[in-house]
Design a protein around this ligand. Structure first.
Ligand code: NAD
Length: 438
């Protein structure tokens, strides 16, 4: 099949690589020339395990191309996937400007039938809006060309995106017409042999499945975070609570890990956009609204653990800046928020280290910002520190050499916000230990 993917971010790039791997002819479009130049050279602009190998394979196969040329990209694909960002607007709703401009570009340059498939996470009703928008635009341009619109939300996780895309739990297709359903089923027939569930439904239901899934996961995380906070107050152990809860098949142990709050490019904005839709349709999502507020408190709480232990400030090593391990994405990262809260509190020198997200963190926090010291390793970050904070659970932080740490730090204090270690093991090494919920 001839496929175009608009947007080469965490979703669009991985989708483009996957489609090419499955044997399709793929053109990926982006508006950022530097990104496209890198991709053309086989350099992955994001850190995503396995992506660079697939990129090299795709380029070598001749089935994968990258371009900034909208006309070329639109003309190429009979199926055009939209995978542009839908960031949070100031009022909490999803900002749809990138999706709308992608659709307008398709209408402007299309000369033959196109199936426009939305992969971006968009409010319920968007596919219908896009269909009407395209029809109107085509009419304005005096073009009488058939097209269809469909919804195909993406569920991949950053850090495991390549594996998730090629081995999804389910594929959701929201279609207006049988023909669009058939075309999309043909694309996804690679999964027929592995019996992956393919859910074919209306676009509205498909769009809702994506938001409901993310909001549910965010709720689960927030629930255990609040239980953990209470555990700290009453002397219970949240890890034991979560483990025992997880033994119940109806609950499952997944997403029951207490920590400094969820972050990333999806949960924060998607919960807000869903709550916003609830308000607009007078069907308020009060649980989701509470989750949003509780998660914000959780992020602040994590920083306050440190600031209340060091009311006069101090030198703190912050280990991990990405919102989770195995990604360089720092959007809404609890670690970054924590750094900001500590800087605002004043009196802190923060020695920062992340295995992959240093450049992105510098761009957001300010490479030359007073109070920040950018370090090349854990060993460098902990030099002279009054405490170390594991803010993101990169695997390299799970094998810390505590003897060395003690020798290099000013004081042996560990804030293990992700519960990487057992409290008893760390205190046995002579450290003062603070976990989450323990
Ligand atoms: P991203 O910000 O990483 O990438 C978006 C890309 O689109 C950027 O490279 C941008 O330059 C490009 N772009 C914007 N307008 C364009 C246009 N008109 N033409 C061509 N390119 C354009 O975003 P992302 O994280 O990949 O997310 C994309 C969508 O997928 C969002 O709606 C998001 O909610 C959803 N989603 C993301 C994830 C995730 O883990 N990141 C998972 C599932 C769904």
């Amino acid at each position: 099949m001839k496929i175009t993917v608009i947007g080469t971010g965490y979703v669009g790039l991985i989708a483009g690589l996957g489609f090419a791997k499955w044997g399709n002819e793929v053109v990926c479009l982006d508006v950022i020339p530097e990104k496209i130049e890198k991709l053309q050279k086989g350099i992955c602009p994001i850190y995503e395990p396995g992506a660079e190998v697939q990129l090299a394979d795709g380029l070598a196969s001749g089935r994968l191309r990258f371009t900034c040329d909208v006309k070329e990209a639109v003309e190429h694909g009979e199926m055009i996937f939209i995978a542009v960002g839908t960031p949070e607007a100031p009022d909490g709703s999803a900002d749809m400007k990138y999706v709308y401009s992608a659709v307008d570009e398709i209408a402007e340059y299309m000369q033959s039938y196109k199936l426009v498939v939305d992969k971006s996470t968009v409010p319920v009703g968007t596919a219908r809006v896009l269909k009407e928008r395209m029809a109107k635009r085509l009419a304005q341009l005096g073009k009488d060309i058939p097209f269809d619109v469909a919804s195909n939300p993406e569920f991949l996780r950053e850090g495991r995106a390549v594996g998730d895309f090629n081995n999804p739990d389910r594929i959701v297709l929201g279609v207006f017409s049988e023909e669009a359903g058939t075309r999309l089923r043909t694309l996804y027939k690679v999964f027929a042999r592995s019996n992956k569930p393919i859910v074919v439904t209306t676009p509205e239901t498909a769009e809702m499945i994506k938001y409901a899934s993310n909001a549910f996961l965010a709720t689960k995380i927030t629930f255990i975070n609040e239980i953990a906070n209470l555990c700290e107050q009453v002397g219970a152990n949240a890890l034991e609570v979560a483990a025992a809860m997880g033994k119940d098949g109806r609950i499952s142990p997944k997403f029951l890990h207490p920590g400094p709050g969820y972050g990333g490019s999806c949960f924060p904005k998607d919960t807000k956009a869903l709550a916003d839709t609830g308000v607009k349709y007078n069907a308020p999502l009060t649980v989701v609204e509470s989750v949003i507020a509780a998660n914000q408190r959780q992020k602040q709480l994590a920083a306050r653990k440190v600031t209340s232990r060091f009311p006069q400030g101090g030198t703190i090593a912050v280990l991990g800046l990405s919102f989770k391990p195995e990604t360089d994405d720092i959007r809404e990262s609890p670690a970054v928020e924590m750094v900001q809260v500590m800087l605002e509190a004043g009196g802190f020198t923060l020695r920062l280290y992340d295995p992959k997200a240093m450049d992105n963190a510098k761009a957001v926090l300010g490479a030359d910002r007073p109070g920040l010291v950018w370090c090349a390793s854990t060993a460098e970050a902990v030099q002279g520190a009054d405490a170390a904070v594991i803010a993101t659970e990169w695997s390299e932080f799970s094998t810390l050499d505590f003897d060395r740490l003690k020798a290099e730090m000013h004081q042996p204090i560990l804030f293990d916000l992700r519960n990487v270690y057992h409290k008893e093991d760390v205190t046995a090494q002579g450290f003062e230990y603070y976990g989450t919920g323990v």
